[in-house]
Design a protein around this ligand. Structure first.
Ligand SMILES: Cc1ncc(COP(=O)(O)OP(=O)(O)O)c(N)n1
Ligand code: 3NM
Ligand code: MG
Length: 209
């Protein structure tokens, strides 16, 4: 068992904030969740702000970190705990300057050891590897394998996140390989028995890995 692997929830691609807040609260109350990333693509800043206004208190009131995807300025302006940036987004160093030293900054590193080393040396709070499994949430060009997680764990103290098609049934190899966090979208929000059941299933799968 690797008890220190935790869940990292990423919001569904489209959501109505008030209705989603109910689902989110149920998911957070069902088990151990380390952080929630608000990931809304192709919407204007005011739409993101409205979602943050509704969802941030739900998350932060439970002592869970609230991370915004892609938008360091909005993250800073709205009191998010941090930001996640990819390789085509605001570069890490610029994002760090915007959000400040205390905020969390995570960086997508695909399957690249070089990108991960670079992000780690620059000061990223976590590096994210993926996609580990086929995903319908996003078109991905890079595919990672569990050995990158093991390599990272042996080299670095900075936490690593695994993402892409992760489910309670397939997460065991990633947990055993050394993932500090499992970042998940569809297997939680589209779980047939609801997000709370999904979080419980992940909690059990992580504990048994
Ligand atoms: C935890 C985590 N890992 C990876 C990503 C992907 O980021 P990015 O490559 O910038 O792609 P988009 O999510 O912005 O489409 C992520 N968001 N979160
Ligand atoms: C947002 C994202 N980034 C990825 C990457 O590989 O960097 S895969 C992905 C989608 C994750 O959604 P699901 O859990 O539904 O597969
Ligand atoms: Mg991005």
């Amino acid at each position: 068992m690797k008890a220190d692997c935790r869940l990292y929830l990423v919001t569904p691609p489209a959501l109505e904030p008030a209705a989603f807040a109910v689902q989110l609260a149920a998911a957070l109350d069902a088990g151990d969740v380390a952080c929630v990333q608000l990931r809304l693509k192709d919407v204007d800043d005011d739409t993101v702000r409205r979602a943050i206004d509704v969802l941030r208190p739900v998350v932060q009131s439970r002592e869970v970190a609230f991370i915004l995807n892609d938008h360091p300025r909005l993250a800073k302006e709205t009191g998010c705990d941090g930001v996640h940036v990819g390789q085509s987004d605001t570069p890490y160093r610029e994002a760090r300057k915007i959000v400040g030293a205390e905020a969390i900054v995570g960086v997508t590193c695909h399957d690249s050891r070089h990108l991960a080393m670079e992000a780690g040396e620059d000061g990223a709070d976590y590096v994210a590897f993926g996609a580990f499994f086929p995903t319908g949430t996003k078109q991905v060009e890079h595919h990672a394998t569990p050995d990158v997680l093991t390599w990272w764990q042996e080299m670095m103290e900075i936490p690593c996140v695994a993402i892409g098609g992760i489910t309670p049934d397939n997460c065991g190899d990633l947990v055993r390989a050394g993932a500090d966090f499992l970042a998940v979208v569809s297997s939680v929000w589209q779980h047939p028995d609801g997000p709370a059941a999904a979080v419980k299933a992940f909690t059990k799968a992580i504990a048994e890995a």
